[in-house]
Write a protein that binds this ligand. Structure first.
Ligand code: TYD
Length: 137
């Protein structure tokens, strides 16, 4: 998977003086069936998250509050993307190495995932990830 397949997707935003509202509908806004939702919160200043690639799982990341950076790596190139709005999300296909840093105080990262949690789906070391990419190219 190349970085071109990682996409920032705009979500609907219903602006309202009482507070804005954004919604996500299955089969419409996210390009996979959602089987799991998890969120990162209370991230201490200076902490890094991620540091892995997934073999099968598609994910969609949203900065529900605050901001953070996602560093993407497809084995050929790297790109840093800041997520800082709750009305867009970052779609990540499988086989993209991702790291996350620069979490602002009080930030919350919501993740929609196409698979239930499975440790067997992770590459947690970079070298086996790169070797797998080479083996499939
Ligand atoms: P991990 O995916 O390594 O976190 P991050 O990439 O954000 O740094 O997950 C951290 C721990 O939480 C790890 O022991 C696995 C566990 N975990 C679950 O049990 N279920 C889940 O859905 C997720 C995402 C993680």
């Amino acid at each position: 998977m190349s970085l071109e397949t990682c996409k920032l997707i705009d979500l609907p935003k219903i602006a309202d003086p009482r507070g804005n509202l954004t919604f996500i509908e299955g089969g419409r806004h996210v390009p996979f069936e959602v089987k799991r939702v998890f969120y990162l919160y209370d991230v201490p200043g200076g902490a890094d998250r991620g540091g892995h690639a997934l073999k099968q799982c598609h994910q969609f990341l949203i900065a529900m509050s605050g901001s953070f950076d996602v560093i993407l790596d497809d084995g050929n190139e790297k790109k840093r993307i800041q997520l800082n709005r709750s009305y867009y999300g970052l779609y990540l296909p499988p086989m993209i190495w991702r790291e996350m840093d620069n979490f602002s105080s009080g930030s919350v990262c919501l993740v929609l995932a196409s698979e239930r949690y499975s440790e067997a789906d992770y590459y947690r070391d970079y070298t086996p990830f790169i070797n797998a990419l080479k083996a499939h190219s």
